[in-house]
Design a protein around this ligand. Structure first.
Ligand code: AMP
Length: 403
């Protein structure tokens, strides 16, 4: 059972082709700078195949359709491909940012679904149009193969109103859908299931705080397996400090800046999304580079790291306060899975909360899910690698199979 997972961005197309029988990715790739003068494609044939093969191409891709055509050819290529014929693709799963309140579960794409994605353009102006393009291109390129939309907002849709409402005039929610939706849903959902499995619990018994710390970062409070709260809101800007996003700030800063500088709303939006976070404080957005700068004693990098930790830690405390019983604190994504000193700093001095990190286990390496708390820690601290593409592939299969 093989599923193609597509994540279409405004000028990029990411894909993974996943064998669900083994849960292995057969090949993956990225087409970048679509629509620009010099496009670039990287295609990797991965573990299941006898040896890893990487193909890189510099080529001008006029649009997403041309990029997808090349991907389709590579999938069946005698040297770089992994299937004989396109008909071996069971279904195509698309990552879609925003489904608003209308679609809360993965669905087979039809005209109604496409209209909902279109209606949500204002809520996800960078992602939703690109996601829809990815779907439309796939429909043309692979006729007869079902397309499934998996929404990043799905997990957050189980939040109760007390979590998802903003304390703004109620009419703004009714007229414009201004509420908290939450993002990174496929990751939080996948990690919640793997956490329950790891602890030997059923998913609906799980209470946990999940810390998805990557270039984008978010936390969620999971109660009885569902999302009680999550840090991202109407858009993926709210919440924790991130690589280039500011996360939560005083909203009055926006009108203040508009009045002081004459900047437009769009310009301030760009600052908050692309020029803030770690990058805004120390000029570096990649955590590994920030840490190198910290080692050299650069004060702004030290500050950026301290702020990053502080904001995670206070969210962790807040989520444990609303959860009460907490079975696990779970670290995932690039920083969460790989940065032991970050985990150590986040969990420091939390004996009071029942969190005791086993520093040796924390410093150890490992690919799979693992416990990094001491045996007597009331709350289990875990590292659970996320796999958003596998999660999308599994959901895609389930939806088509049950159809
Ligand atoms: P993601 O968005 O999940 O791919 O995560 C990307 C982030 O993870 C970047 O900021 C990377 O610097 C960070 N990252 C990856 N490996 C490490 C590591 N060993 N230590 C610290 N940060 C890491």
């Amino acid at each position: 059972m093989k599923v193609l997972v597509v994540n279409a961005g405004s000028s990029s197309l990411k894909y993974q082709f996943i064998n669900l029988t083994t849960c292995h990715c057969l090949c993956s790739g990225l087409v970048e700078r679509i629509g620009q003068e010099s496009g670039h494609l990287t295609h990797k044939r991965l573990p299941d195949t006898p040896h890893r093969v990487v193909k890189k191409e510099e080529h001008q891709f006029a649009d997403h359709a041309e990029a997808m055509k090349r991907v389709s050819a590579l999938l069946t290529d005698s040297e770089y491909g992994v299937i004989q014929d396109i008909s071996e693709i069971y279904a195509i799963g698309h990552r879609v940012l925003h489904g608003g309140e209308e679609i809360t579960h993965p669905v087979i794409v039809d005209e109604h679904v496409k209209n909902v994605i279109r209606r949500c353009f204002p809520l996800g102006p960078l992602h939703n149009p690109a996601n829809l393009t990815g779907i439309e291109v796939s429909e043309k390129m692979f006729p007869g193969i079902p397309n499934v939309a998996v929404f990043d907002t799905e997990f957050g849709m189980s939040m109760p109103p007390s979590s998802y409402m903003y304390p703004l005039p109620y009419e703004l929610y009714e007229q414009y859908g201004i509420r908290r939706y939450g993002f990174h849903g496929t990751s939080h959902n996948y990690v919640a299931s793997r956490t329950a499995e790891f602890l030997g619990k059923s998913r609906d018994e799980l209470n946990a705080v999940i810390l998805h710390l990557g270039n984008g970062a978010s936390a969620s409070a999971v109660r009885n397996g569902s999302c009680l709260d999550t840090t991202m809101g109407l858009t993926p800007l709210e919440g924790l400090m991130m690589g280039t996003r500011c996360g939560t700030i005083d909203p009055a800063i926006v009108p203040f800046l508009m009045q002081k500088t004459g900047m437009s709303a769009a310009e301030i939006d760009t600052i908050m999304n692309r020029k803030s976070g770690l990058l805004g404080i120390c000029g570096i957005n990649d955590m590994r580079d920030v840490k190198d700068a910290v080692k050299k004693g650069e004060p702004r990098a030290v500050l950026a790291l301290d702020m990053f930790v502080h904001r995670i830690k206070k969210t962790l405390g807040a989520y444990m306060a609303v959860l009460g019983r907490t079975d696990a604190v779970v670290f995932t994504a690039g920083i969460g899975e790989n940065d032991d000193s970050m985990r150590s700093r986040v969990c420091a001095n939390m004996d009071f909360f029942g969190i005791k990190l086993d520093e040796e286990a924390n410093a150890g390496r490992g690919d799979g899910p693992r416990r990094i708390s001491t045996p007597d820690s009331r709350v289990s601290v875990l590292v659970i690698p996320t796999n958003e593409e596998l999660s999308i592939a599994m959901e895609t299969y389930r939806v088509v199979h049950e159809h």
